[in-house]
Design a protein around this ligand. Sequence first.
Ligand code: CMC
Length: 429
Amino acid sequence: MSSVKNMPSDSLGIQDARTGKNYSFPVEQGHLRAVDLEQVKTSDTDPGLVSYDPGLINTAICKSRITYIDGERGILRYRGYPIEEIAEKKSYLEVAHLLVKGEFPSPSEMSDWEHNITYHTLLHENLKVFMGGFRYDAHPMGILVGTLGALSTFYPDAKNVRDEESRRLQIYRLIAKIPTIAAFAYRHSQGRDYIDPSNDLSYAENFLSITFRPSVSTRYEVNPELAKALDVLFVLHADHEQNCSTNAMRAVASSLADPYSCAAAAAAALYGPLHGGANEAVVQMLREIGSVDKVPDIIRDVKAGKRRLMGFGHRVYHNYDPRAKIIKKMAGKVFEIRGTNPLLDIALELERIALSDEYFISRHLYPNVDFYSGLIYQSMGFPTDMFPVLFAIPRMSGWLAQWQEGVMDPEQKIVRPKQIYLGPAERHL
Ligand code: CMC
């Protein structure tokens, strides 16, 4: 306790009007330690002041060196590199290396990295049987969540999360296997046989090939421009600091659960329509609108609070999502190859009206990453229920980078938030 006048300059002074007491809390790198608030008490029996923050809107849960976002200025950087430069010049696997290891790989590091990832793409035959147990109409994201969880039983060595070598191996396995699981989930829903990965193809080419090749005995030529477009989408989705699914990954990891169980939890969080499920919801919404002349009707419903405009708004960006800008440009290229998507005109009209409407302007609601990505996936031939799975494939590298950082951080503790209890006081039967 000290008087506000004599406080050090790198501190925050608080006067508690309830008691008249003054407090001084250190401020370091723009943050206050929430635990310091416990000192603020009205009596000896008071457990101390708590910050109430549903949705963790203004609570930092970790210190991280991976991804930087400035939501006001629409900036996104991975390990310091602007997303625009990375999307133009780097492949997804190079970006995954950057996220997980801190730097882009040298040519020899890249060849080791690629080798190690392609070496682990196959799935255990029993896992294929496990996936075969899902109903024919199971949502592929449900299959992904279940299969990621099941993987933990195949690799009990993954429990050694404090062991660097074990962590390295699980990172290879998870980045390598998620496209295979995703492709099998799709093929399961189509009643098609599973096709093992082709390790002579690039990461995106292999995924397209094992997803769309009609059968093991037929040839399938991947369009290199579509593979490139998918690779850029992978780069854009690779990490996004402490979003809902990454928070799930870190929260489960804080109990030292194995990374497969953590990844299953992260994928489950991504499944929801307010997060990775939004791209699917956007296309459903555009289909429901049906034609450009119906756009004003939906805008009216949104403004009346009857529904949300899916693919709009973001917790962090109060300016245009920088990923959406890149995706919008890329959509044009994909439509040149595959023919235009009839829903595009509706999306463009929706964006035009929303961006000039006071309701959306005053709430800083701009298109986010999911607004155009669904249209691209649809043009590539993916059914809508595969969209969140396509988000999960590249996000795996971000989840793993964050998992590793959390496990290695000596300041991290098991996640155990507080609550404000509003239930009955003690009572008796
Ligand atoms: N359509 C209409 N109004 C909206 C929307 C929207 N998409 N998003 C927010 N608002 C309004 C909301 O009604 C509220 O208005 P008011 O102040 O009058 O009550 C105001 O904007 C603030 O909304 P909020 O719910 O407090 O904002 P949030 O930061 O908690 O939510 C969000 C962020 C992304 C969940 C939300 O914008 C949303 O539901 N968007 C649609 C779903 C979507 O596209 N999700 C993908 C997010 S980007 C990729 C990812 O993270 O997975």
